[in-house]
Design a protein around this ligand. Sequence first.
Ligand code: GYE
Length: 320
Amino acid sequence: MMNRRRAALTSTAALALAAGLPLSVLAQQKKIVLGFSQIGAESEWRTANTESIKQAAKDAGIELKFSDAQQKQENQIKAIRSFIAQKVDVIAFSPVVESGWGTVLREAKAAKIPVILTDRAVNEKDDSLWVTFMGSDFLEEGRKAGRWLVDNVKGGEVNIVELQGTVGSAPAIDRKKGFEEVIKGKPQYKIVRSQTGDFTRAKGKEVMQAFLKADPKKINVLYAHNDDMAIGAIQAIEEAGLKPGQDIKIVSIDAVKGAFEAMMAGKLNVSVECSPLLGPQLMKAVQDVVAGKTVPKRIVTEETVFPMESAAKEFPKRKY
Ligand code: GYE
């Protein structure tokens, strides 16, 4: 038995054909279905990213099937498999870690469903497994953080503690690498401790407490791979009776509103911008891919650096 939707579509097709309209016009009118597998809700950045994607899908008239993986790769793989089974038009996802995606990406390719990577990269040689990768240049963000440090914190030994992002994730790997590249060959800058805080406030605080206990006097600088961990660490520093932003200079990445508030309070010295507002460009790419247009293999987000002194002026303009 033909269901109602099919019957309606068939009669619309018949009408379109009778009116001399090509079937491609009809295809364009069908709502595009996008399956999106999000990492989780670990940070202010991520929440803004999710909102941007949901809003942009609405604005573009795209049906969004949204799935939250709670920071687990296995949940993302499950979600992608379910999108394949549902025969969505396009799959997009932000891979929590870099490796381990080959099998599921090949399944999507075999099902002829195009895949778009957003925000984080995968570590796979065969780049025919995705049509485009859009997001920030994390290596450059790490370099910007390092450059701010060497330009602004000088003289004597500079002992740095580092709060890394999620282990194995593209931003944690590249932000570390970019930062190290800049301080390399400058022996006064030393990373004395480095540990993951998983991009969350709670972990950032916990790990910073441990750092402070281990070396109460020696820490001059904290480099945090995101603002949430920096904000958690600020609490730990205050609870230890020290002044964040003064006794310990703090460099972090994202430039979310929470970071601007901390900068205006004099507790965070600089935040390197990383924009989560990827929704509109993702929807544009989805539409282009469905329409058979070629999209660039890499779309890089444009970003800047916000030192503490610029915070009050910039804050009212911030969208996330
Ligand atoms: O910096 C962090 C988030 O992948 C760029 O993930 C993103 C990072 C962002 O949890 O706050």
